[in-house]
Ligand binder design. Structure first.
Ligand code: HEM
Length: 511
């Protein structure tokens, strides 16, 4: 029987190609609801739209009132429930949290992250969460963060941008942000700055490997398991890229979490705390062992997960922000005015302006602009959950044990029922309250940082970093997106800009 299933899964690719052919020559129907074919279920439509899955899911969910039952091919365990309904989000992430662990299917797809926080459930997850939180609540963590972000701006970002300015060349701003966030998160997690953001823009395999890995992980969501496993075994396509990324991660991280390196011995100079040392100590307490091999694997998984959390999300949000500002120049003007008025910029002109954490907090309009970027392009555009026991969602849909529920965050930002008629417009004002403060929206309506007990641990840190970087760029430069540059979200678990963000700089006359 298992052999028959395996053959059926292998035959999916040729059969699907034939179906796709018939689908394209068929008169195009207006509805987005896919046809449920015998044997293949709705997979042909999913594959046909895989290059624009988030937009397709949005059309489908708009047409079906926010919840849709997807039928996968027979015997493939690919039936899924797509939802963008805030009541369902609240239920899955908060009210019935204990019934929705990450589970074995999630772990299978994200195997590259091993025992890191994203794959962890129950006791292991609590252990990760507490230990990571204890770093972020160290008394001087935020002053260390402020200092290290400013150092990276001053010694990495500005020299690189000034070089682009001098030479007058176009460049990829998203790549610059990715290098920035990679260096920053490495410094925090493994106390080492790889300096990927320096004038010669060095190629660091681990830094680039994240882009290929997040695309490959997305493909694992839309292909039957047998197909991606076969590709992995044959070492072809996205699976080949994923395995190469895996190797690059290991080569970068393992030497830095080994005892000989010394990183695990001393506390971090500036904030007197060593994240990996704490993880190692607690891991050994729990496992009642001092086995070096075990803890090395665990520290590798812990570091990689935090590096992914810190690099890709923040850089993606910044890249979309600058594209949205280029499309909405009046919003950019308002941010400049806010900097001048709130920070009394005109009275205090120095060559390079350092924006402190406290000052960044005063930039409410900029905060609203970042929230709009996150609402329209949430870096984690879809979440994946499966119940351990049968459940009934607030929308009345039944979800059986282990059935995948896909929570479509990207689509939520584009729902008139959630954000009103102007949901597709970029309006930072949406986030300003009548009294001029920042307006709070519940996380089940705005789930960019997730919701419930697994809410993102780096939210505050991300806002500080993004505000300091964005304020520096907006204050010092005019950034023009290159004419004709193609813009679309990547087909990936983190929706980066598929073709990067090609821009050209000119200096603002501020001093
Ligand atoms: C704009 C920036 C960011 C966004 C949009 C974001 C979003 C998210 C989302 C959606 C999750 C849930 C993922 C899942 O459970 O599968 C998450 C979890 C997490 N994030 Fe962030 N994140 C951002 C920045 C950061 C930063 C800078 C860090 C710092 C290391 C961080 C650390 C974490 C951690 C540790 C978790 C796991 C929480 C848990 O499972 O309990 N994030 N984040």
């Amino acid at each position: 029987m298992a052999l028959i299933y395996a053959y059926l899964e292998i035959l999916f690719i040729p059969i699907t190609v034939i179906f796709l052919y018939f689908l394209t020559i068929r008169t195009r129907k207006k509805s987005s609801v896919p046809t449920n074919w015998p044997v293949l279920g709705m997979l042909p439509t999913l594959l046909r739209n895989s290059h624009r899955l988030h937009e397709y899911a949005t059309e489908l969910l708009t047409e079906t009132n926010g919840t849709f039952e997807f039928k996968g091919p027979w015997f493939c365990n690919m039936d899924m429930l797509f939802t963008s309904d805030p009541a369902n989000i609240h239920h899955v992430f908060s009210k019935n949290f204990s019934n929705y662990p990450k589970g074995p299917e999630f772990r299978k797809i994200f195997e590259i992250l091993g025992d890191g926080i994203f794959n962890a459930d129950f006791g292991l997850w609590e252990f990760h969460r507490k230990t990571t939180l204890s770093l972020m609540t160290q008394p001087n963590f935020y002053s260390f963060l402020e200092k290290s972000i400013w150092e990276k701006i001053e010694k990495g970002l500005i020299p690189v941008l000034e070089r682009f300015l001098e030479t007058g060349v176009e460049f990829d701003l998203q790549d610059v942000f990715q290098r920035f966030t990679f260096d920053s998160i490495c410094k925090i997690v493994i106390d080492y700055d790889p300096q990927s953001l320096s004038i010669d823009l060095p190629y660091i395999p681990c830094e680039k490997a994240f882009n290929g890995a997040v695309e490959a992980l997305f493909h694992r969501h839309i292909l039957p398991e047998g197909v991606w496993k076969l590709q992995k075994w044959l070492q072809i396509g996205k699976e080949k890229t994923l395995m190469k990324a895996w190797k690059s991660f290991d080569e970068f991280i393992y030497p830095r979490v080994s005892i000989n390196d010394g990183v695990l011995e001393k506390d971090h100079e500036e904030y007197g705390f060593n994240l990996l040392k704490s993880f190692k100590r607690k891991y050994e307490e729990i496992n009642n062992s001092s086995s070096r091999g075990d803890s090395r694997d665990f520290l590798r998984d812990t570091s990689l997960s935090l590096m992914l959390a810190g690099r890709d999300t923040t850089s993606t949000c910044l890249a979309w922000l600058f594209w949205l500002l280029a499309e909405n120049p009046s919003a950019e003007m308002k941010i400049r005015r806010e900097i001048e008025e709130e920070l009394h910029e005109k009275e205090d002109k120095i060559k390079w302006r350092n924006f402190s954490v406290e000052e960044s907090k005063k930039l409410k309009y900029l905060h609203g602009a970042l929230c709009e970027s996150l609402r329209l392009f949430p870096p984690v555009a879809m979440e994946h959950k499966a119940p351990i026991r049968l459940d009934v969602l607030p929308t009345g849909n039944h979800v059986t044990e282990n059935k995948v529920v896909l929570l479509a965050f990207y689509s939520m930002g584009r729902m008139k029922t959630i954000w009103g008629e102007d949901c597709r417009d970029f309006k930072p004002e949406r986030w300003i309250s009548e009294r001029g403060g920042i307006k709070h929206e519940p996380s089940y309506k705005f789930p960019a940082f997730n919701a419930g007990p697994r809410t993102c641990l780096g939210k505050e840190m991300a806002f500080i970093q993004m505000k300091m970087v964005a304020a520096t760029l907006i204050y010092h430069y005019n950034i023009k997106v290159v004419k004709g540059h193609k813009v679309s979200p990547s087909d990936s678990v983190i929706i980066q800009m598929k073709h990067g963000l090609r821009v050209k700089l000119s200096k603002r006359n501020v001093y």
